[in-house]
Design a binder for this molecule. Sequence first.
Ligand SMILES: [Zn+2]
Length: 367
Amino acid sequence: MWDLIGFRNELKELVNIDSDSTDRAGVGQIGQILAGKYRNIGLHVEAFDDYTCIQAKSHPEADFDVLLVGHMDTVFPKGTVRQRPYSEDEKYAYGPGVADMKAGLVMILHLVRKLRETNPSLRICIANDGDEETDSVLSYEWLKELSGHAQYAYVFEPGRTGNGFIKSRKGYVGIEADFRGIAAHAGNAPEKGASAIKEMARWIMELTALQNLAAGTSVNAGIVNGGTSPNVIADHAKAYFDVRVQEMSELNQIKVKVQELKKNISVLGVTVDIKYSGEMSPMSPSQETRQMIEHITKKAEDLRMEIHWLSVGGVSDANHLAGWGVPVICGCGPCGGNLHNDKEYLELYSLESRLELMYQVLADMPF
Ligand SMILES: [Zn+2]
């Protein structure tokens, strides 16, 4: 009852177009193809930035019941398709972005085609962004505006092997701490110096002490550098921290600590500059998200499908959506693995069951 041959043909068409996040022409080509298909099923399509962001709605109203999200970019540079285009064997499909997440894009299309016939009153909005793999910096404002009109969201990142769905993703922030001190001869005039390294060492101890693995928080000082010679008091040092959290309150606590440390520099004469980068809210299950999890689990049981729920450390658009307060489930696409490397594969045998499950989930909304 699902057109799996059509599915694979449409997937092949999309995989065989290079569309890494910086290749705006390639991403826009994917956008144009999808926009055409959406128009063919009667959706109202709006395209932005040369089709690198598109939205397609089933109804003209601003608000909708469900937002279906899929990114059109991949991590594979232009030329990858020439080296290893779409291919299949009896169980798997291969090619750049085949699972992450061109199969998810085609899945959304097939689901909406069917839902338009069976559930014409369900108000659907599809959002396709073109820079998810570079943290959706360009599509951030657009996606945020759109999310304000959504009641629920499903992100069609690949399901994980064994029918996995993603219920939570950690939040992230990078911290770059740049210390400036005063250089002096360590033997002749130590009293004249202010050691940037000594201050940095204190920060490393204080910040990594906030690591709390039981709460899902990790703090790593992954790169440090500074100083010029053992006999010189260092006038410069720099540390890069990687912070992952399960709860937003943990992220805030770390930022408060940074402010405290900055206000109370212990080595007189040292100053510090702080830069935060790549901040992402954690996607952690809210009350409403738990209802979505129950809903999907129940539908899977009805279909006698075994699924499992995963918490992962990596980030996706689902982090943004959760941060904006939209109940969201991630990993709703067909299953695959070896994401972001040249062994990436899509489980062809997961297509039909995942289509049917997500169809049942969406056809029975809102719950
Ligand atoms: Zn992805």
